[in-house]
Design a protein around this ligand. Structure first.
Ligand SMILES: Cc1cc2nc3c(=O)[nH]c(=O)nc-3n(C[C@H](O)[C@H](O)[C@H](O)COP(=O)(O)OP(=O)(O)OC[C@H]3O[C@@H](n4cnc5c(N)ncnc54)[C@H](O)[C@@H]3O)c2cc1C
Length: 308
């Protein structure tokens, strides 16, 4: 990048050009690949300079400017870059993905075409257990011995539903109706076009550890394989200021202030005041999501949780 950004200059990303069309595998039969894109880190700087004017001393360097914009949520310059991906993804994962409304989408039509003959399979050692702390999440794995039965039954189910689907198609049933009993693990394909600002929002939500593993795998691939090549300066800033940063509530700040002053007892008292350490009749701590989340933040900073 240079200090001079002509208002009409057009930018491309050689590192992204190199991987245009290359499918990055995700899950057992999915992929993500870049079809097309517009702009790069310089386009963000170019757009911002329209607002700030060239030569503003405070934001004179491109990298600093991008980092400043991201830190301060001055997001519109990031909307100047956009990307079009071709993705192959199981329908249950796609159902979460499609909730991100700020993208433009065209999906493979199973009214028009025969449903893709691929269903996501689960290996015996890949069945996850239900999390006790997060009602939406998973924790640990079912033993591979038990998992073997689930995988076997999964295979039977996939075969049965596909056979019934084929039977209907061969019997002349309309594709739009024949598909109704296909499982959610059936793969679909789509073009997904989104600007960089909204893509970063998607990545923030879907790369997080509380996102479901399957969509997380896609988000991590998009982030590490694609965004890092496309807009390396923005990617670095995103990791520094968004992905690997923490936000603290007033309550958490009050406890942290006690801890920073070396007063763990006072910190514990605060947590008691907030009702985070209430116990049942047998003396067992109630499960409090807010407390768990704070404990996780302390652990990532290697800070001893005073009440544990
Ligand atoms: C871990 C996790 C668990 C989830 N669990 C559930 C669940 O149990 N049930 C469920 O239904 N969903 C669930 N979701 C989906 C979630 O509620 C959002 O719908 C999804 O993450 C899309 O986020 P978004 O709306 O911010 O993104 P986008 O739709 O991409 O929107 C980006 C931003 O644009 C703005 N925006 C977009 N559309 C509007 C609008 N119409 N009005 C105002 N502002 C708008 C908002 O600022 C929004 O943040 C979950 C998501 C995650 C990450």
């Amino acid at each position: 990048m240079t200090d001079q950004h002509d208002y009409f200059e057009r930018f491309n990303s050689p590192a992204l050009d190199e991987i245009l069309g290359r499918p990055f595998p995700v899950l057992d039969d999915g992929f993500v690949r870049v079809v097309d894109y517009m702009g790069n880190d310089s386009s963000i700087v170019q757009a911002a300079r329209v607002s700030y004017g060239k030569g503003t001393k405070k934001v004179s360097r491109d990298r600093e400017l991008i980092r400043y914009l991201l830190r301060h949520q001055h997001t519109s310059p990031f909307e100047m870059c956009s990307i079009k991906l071709h993705i192959r993804v199981p329908m249950d994962c796609w159902r979460q993905w499609i909730r991100h409304r700020t993208a433009s989408v065209n999906e493979y039509s199973t009214r028009y075409s025969i449903a893709i003959n691929a269903a996501q399979k689960t290996a015996p050692d890949a069945w996850r257990g239900q999390s006790e702390t997060n009602h939406q999440g998973s924790a640990g794995f079912i033993s591979p011995e038990e998992g073997r039965l689930f995988s076997l039954r999964e295979e039977e189910l996939h075969k049965l539903t596909r056979d019934i689907y084929n039977e209907r198609i061969e019997g002349g049933v309309a594709r739009e109706q024949a598909r109704k009993d296909l499982p959610l693990c059936t793969y679909t394909e789509a073009y997904w076009k989104i600007d960089l600002h909204n893509l970063l929002h998607f990545l923030k939500l879907r790369m997080e550890t509380n996102a479901q593993k399957e969509i997380r795998d896609y988000a991590i691939t998009i982030g590490h394989e694609i965004v890092s090549r496309w807009v390396p300066v923005t990617w670095e800033a995103f990791n520094d200021y968004i992905m690997n940063s923490q936000r603290f509530s007033r309550l958490e700040m009050e406890i942290l202030q006690c801890l920073l002053k070396g007063l763990p007892d006072a910190a514990q008292k605060k947590a008691e005041e907030f009702g985070w350490l209430d116990r049942d009749k047998t003396g067992v701590l109630f499960k409090r999501q807010e407390r768990f989340e704070f404990e996780e933040k302390l652990k990532t900073m290697d800070v001893q949780v005073p009440w544990l």
